[in-house]
Design a protein around this ligand. Structure first.
Ligand SMILES: Nc1ncnc2c1ncn2[C@@H]1O[C@H](COP(=O)(O)OP(=O)(O)OP(=O)(O)O)[C@@H](O)[C@H]1O
Length: 250
């Protein structure tokens, strides 16, 4: 099957000299559900954020949908980011606004700025927002204020907002790190459903190996900016993670 995301000898050094990624070679296939695990500071966020160019790389190449994204800017960059949904640990919602308005904000890339500022969204997009909320089982909260929702519910609104972009890739950076176990499962179930039912490719950074094993089709382990583990779920054994999480620098 074709690769939807490819890393070729990717290195990322931050301006202050910190090494984020060392020499990453990685192919992610369309429809995979990839969990990236590793200690804090291993490079998980850096890896994820190079895929939509929130971080630029220092050398090497990254291909998305078969095209190098390294030189993307302006229009091509906007198109890339429309294609890729991003979910954050902190939800990044406008808390004083309604759920509906937040979900519609996922569509702003399709409107001239003045229309989105005034909230002039089309009927079709309002309908689309309803469907997005339905797919994360949050339709009854359409007119609720985001501030009145639980963390898990807010994360699901964030997922619905992402769906408004019609992405084919979803990147989730520690999406459940600030949630309790029950709401964590609801959020992970949503991501799994988008993967299985809508065929979206999901790449998710997780602290919990247990959650990674429950949901992912493939687990990648990162340590000090390098891939030290990469297996399809059927080959993954619990004891495999001792090295990734070993508490000493390599
Ligand atoms: N903006 C930045 N400027 C400088 N160094 C950075 C920056 N962001 C990350 N780093 C460094 O890059 C390395 C990888 O960090 P990264 O945040 O990708 O790890 P992580 O595995 O996602 O960790 P966490 O689970 O804590 O988020 C670390 O050494 C970190 O200090």
């Amino acid at each position: 099957m074709e690769s939807i995301i490819s890393f070729k000898d990717v290195k990322k050094v931050y301006p202050n000299g910190n090494v984020g990624l060392k020499n990453i070679n990685l192919d992610i296939k369309k429809g995979e559900f990839v969990a990236i695990v590793g200690l804090s500071g291993a490079g998980k966020s850096t890896l994820l954020r190079t895929i939509n160019k929130m971080h630029d790389i220092t050398s090497g190449d990254i291909l998305v949908n078969g095209e190098s994204i390294v030189h993307y800017r302006d229009k091509s960059l906007r198109k890339l980011r429309r294609n890729i949904g991003m979910i954050f640990q902190s939800f990044n919602l406008v808390k004083q606004s309604t759920v509906q308005r937040n979900v519609l904000n996922g569509r702003v890339g399709y409107y001239p700025t003045w229309k989105s500022v005034l909230g002039l969204f089309s009927k079709a997009d309002k309908q689309k927002a309803v469907e997005a909320l339905r797919s994360v089982n949050m339709i009854e909260k359409l007119y609720a204020k985001v501030d009145d929702l639980s963390g898990g519910q807010q994360q699901r609104v964030a997922i619905a907002r992402t769906l408004m972009q019609d992405p084919n890739i979803i990147l989730a950076d520690e999406p459940i790190a600030s949630l309790d176990p029950v709401t964590s499962s609801a959020v992970m179930d949503d991501l799994k459903r988008l993967n299985e039912e809508l065929g979206m490719t999901v790449v998710v950074n997780l602290h919990s190996v247990r959650i990674a094993r429950t949901y992912a089709s493939r687990i990648i382990g990162i340590r000090a900016g390098e891939i030290v583990y990469d297996q399809p779920i059927e080959n993954v054994k619990k004891e495999d993670f001792a090295e990734i999480y070993a508490n000493k620098a390599k």
